[in-house]
Design a protein around this ligand. Structure first.
Ligand code: HEC
Length: 208
């Protein structure tokens, strides 16, 4: 009998303890939820404030050190962005196209590997218009949605001469700036990738 009483008392103590823990937990949770709703523009508790305010200037911050008062400065004239090279200097004009033809030569050595890469890039970026073999019969041309570009091997360039005689510089200039209905590809293909495509276009020019 005595033993039974003490166990009941013991159980009740355990239950009280659980109740207290549960109530405390729920109170903290409720306070957190309610206080977080009160001001939804507040950033809340900020830990390590210094990490939000860097010592260096942010690009969009005013800056008295420069004449125009801005932190983000234009690069000096003639600067070449990383990954681009001097070949992008030829302007998007007929004169630029002719000058590119006279002044440019593919700097990348032709090898099985570079030709394979050029082929993959050509298939992904050009073949839907120019066709798998450059005959001007790409998939969108076959749909009747787009006029056929001239064939690389038998067609004539709209800028004079036959397509099979297009030089390194003319093809590179065309990929970079586009021509008429063909859009520019300078933001899609790096100079190195463009040269690899040029290499593969030369192969297609040889087809009958
Ligand atoms: C949206 C379709 C389209 C895509 C994509 C396209 N071209 Fe063209 N391309 C044309 C058309 C159309 C012409 C003919 C434009 C003209 O002379 O009026 C052309 C012309 C050319 C010429 C001839 C330029 C000249 O001097 O006459 C070359 C070279 C060429 N494209 C290469 C490429 C390469 C390489 C790619 C892929 C990087 C490519 N094109 C992607 C439609 C396309």
């Amino acid at each position: 009998m005595l033993l039974k009483l003490s166990t009941t008392k013991g159980n009740m103590l355990v239950m009280n303890k659980r109740l207290i823990i549960c109530t405390a937990f729920l109170t903290v949770a409720a306070v957190t939820v309610i206080s977080s709703c009160s001001n939804n523009r507040s950033t809340g508790l900020e830990f390590a404030r210094n990490m939000y305010d860097p010592i260096g200037y942010n690009p969009d911050q005013p800056n008295k050190n420069f004449k125009d008062g801005k932190t983000a400065q234009n690069p000096p004239a003639g600067t070449t962005p990383v990954g681009f090279d001097k070949y992008d200097i030829y302007p998007n004009t007929l004169e630029g196209y002719q000058a590119a033809s006279a002044g440019m030569a593919n700097p990348i050595p032709v090898s099985v590997a570079t030709l394979e890469q050029g082929k993959t890039l050509y298939l992904n970026m050009c073949s839907h218009c120019h066709g798998l073999e450059g005959k001007g019969d790409g998939s969108i041309v076959k749909l009747g949605k787009f006029p056929a570009p001239p064939s690389y091997s038998t067609g004539n360039s709209s800028r004079g001469g036959s397509m099979k005689d297009l030089t390194d510089g003319k093809i590179y200039h065309t990929i970079t700036h586009g021509v008429n209905l063909m859009g520019p590809h300078k933001s899609q293909l790096s100079p190195e990738q463009r040269w690899k495509v040029v290499m593969y276009v030369h192969e297609l020019q040889k087809l009958q």
